[in-house]
Ligand binder design. Structure first.
Ligand SMILES: NC(=O)c1ccc[n+]([C@@H]2O[C@H](COP(=O)([O-])OP(=O)(O)OC[C@H]3O[C@@H](n4cnc5c(N)ncnc54)[C@H](O)[C@@H]3O)[C@@H](O)[C@H]2O)c1
Length: 392
């Protein structure tokens, strides 16, 4: 297997048998590199030697919140110069329906070869959930939609080597929209419980108890938990790929917009709650020492992209708080000039309030409850102590 990346240091790290991805231990990668089964390169020419090319490049939003396909289409241009008959190309990056057929195929066809005839083209979304161990790339069903039935068959032949279950669909558009539906489903349901959390706060009802009780229903309900807002590079971003495309069809995707609005209010709501907790101790945010626990956007990963923790720190600092953080997965935050502090009993006792934003496993939450003077727990992991532990 050959990996192509624009960043030389990543390529060197892989070729040294070292993994920079937390989910993949070097102990697994190293032996594959040693046996010559995995290799990385920055050279596009190396693609001439392979039979199949999977494009897994970033698909962010521009500053005007429109799809930015520049990495994918730039790569397609480089690829077109090396494409040969019989090649299989599969796009895995999350994107709006129509990308594979309307955007990718024309660029690849600058090679003089026709998609679906001279080379095979398909879309198959990445379904990785970073940090997850019960479902892996091998066991998570893989959706595959080719430009033609033969494209689908060829792509399934490839993925069948690695994935236990394949889900063929009738077109790349179905596969593209499947991935967006999955992410929009999460965004909308998280927004629903976040809004409920804000209402429960006003009504003095424990939202976590409500969700747990509703989850006892064995059918027709799936629990989602509230939190400090969306993070990562998928759920906060991907839904807007569909919003953008829908405009072309004169439709406003209101669920997506509303979910985005509710979820993006959460960091502000959480900081207001921290202010209220301090107020109960006759203290103000201004001048208080605040420890933020957890910087990555979700538990047990080191990914800080779009993390609500960063927004929460920004808001706390804007209100005059002295903020420090603890996160074993994120030892440093160079952009903010901060580094993770050691979480000791003495350290915890020194803060006016401890704010639990991301609940990494292995943290001693009993100790956090015992040693801190005040806790705002946005993840419902700290044991309840009346007047001391405030839940979202
Ligand atoms: N990572 C996930 O958990 C996940 C899950 C589901 C879907 N996706 C989707 O997969 C796609 C990629 O996500 P990611 O998190 O791997 O992105 P990423 O930002 O980590 O980029 C992937 C790699 O591409 C390299 N790269 C960037 N531009 C390049 C270029 N022009 N030429 C060559 N290499 C280049 C980067 O150095 C990086 O190593 C996105 O569309 C994302 O939405 C990711």
């Amino acid at each position: 297997m050959l990996g192509l990346d624009a960043i030389q240091s990543k390529v060197d790290t892989i070729n040294a048998g070292t993994s920079y991805i937390e989910d993949i231990p070097s102990s697994r990668l190293g032996p594959l590199v040693e046996k010559g089964l995995v290799r990385a390169t920055t050279s596009w020419d190396a693609l001439r030697a392979v039979d199949a090319i999977l494009i897994c490049l970033p698909t962010p939003l521009t500053e005007h919140r429109e799809p930015d396909l520049s990495a994918v289409l730039g790569a397609a241009e480089s690829l077109a110069q090396r494409l040969r008959p019989g090649h299989l190309v599969v796009l895995e990056s999350t994107t709006y329906p129509g990308t594979t057929r309307e955007e990718l195929a024309p660029v690849l066809q600058r090679s003089g070869l026709t998609a679906g005839k001279d080379f095979h083209l398909a879309f198959s979304p990445e379904r990785v959930d970073p940090g997850r161990t019960d479902w892996t790339t091998a066991t998570t069903p893989k959706v595959v939609g080719g430009l033609t039935p033969e494209c689908t068959r060829r792509a399934m032949e490839l993925y069948g080597l690695a994935c236990e279950t394949l889900v063929p669909v009738t077109s790349p558009e179905v596969a593209e929209l499947t991935k967006l539906l999955e992410n929009i489903f999460r965004s909308v349901n998280i927004a629903l419980v976040n809004e409920l959390a804000m209402l429960c706060d006003r009504m003095d009802i424990d939202v976590w108890d409500v969700i747990d009780a509703a989850a006892s229903k064995p059918f027709g309900f799936m629990p989602f938990r509230p939190g400090p807002g969306l993070g990562g590079h998928c759920i906060p971003i991907d839904p807007f790929y569909l919003t953008w495309k829908a405009r072309e069809f004169d439709l406003h995707t209101e669920f997506i917009e509303l979910a985005g609005k509710v979820n993006s209010q959460m960091p502000q709501f959480c900081v207001t709650k921290v202010g209220r907790a301090l107020n109960s101790r006759r203290k103000a945010l201004n001048g208080s020492r605040v420890l933020v626990m957890g910087i990555s956007y979700k538990a047990d990963v080191n990914d800080t992209r779009e993390s609500p923790s960063l927004r929460i720190i920004e808001l706390l600092q804007a209100d005059g708080a002295h903020v420090e953080y603890h996160d074993p997965h994120v030892p440093e935050l160079p952009k903010l000039g901060m580094a993770s502090i050691d979480m000791t009993a003495e350290a915890l006792a020194g803060y006016d309030v401890v704010v639990v934003v991301t609940a990494h496993s292995g943290v001693d939450w009993e100790m956090v409850a015992r040693e801190s003077s005040l806790v705002v727990d946005l993840r419902n992991v700290v044991p309840a102590v009346d007047g001391k532990v405030w839940k979202l």
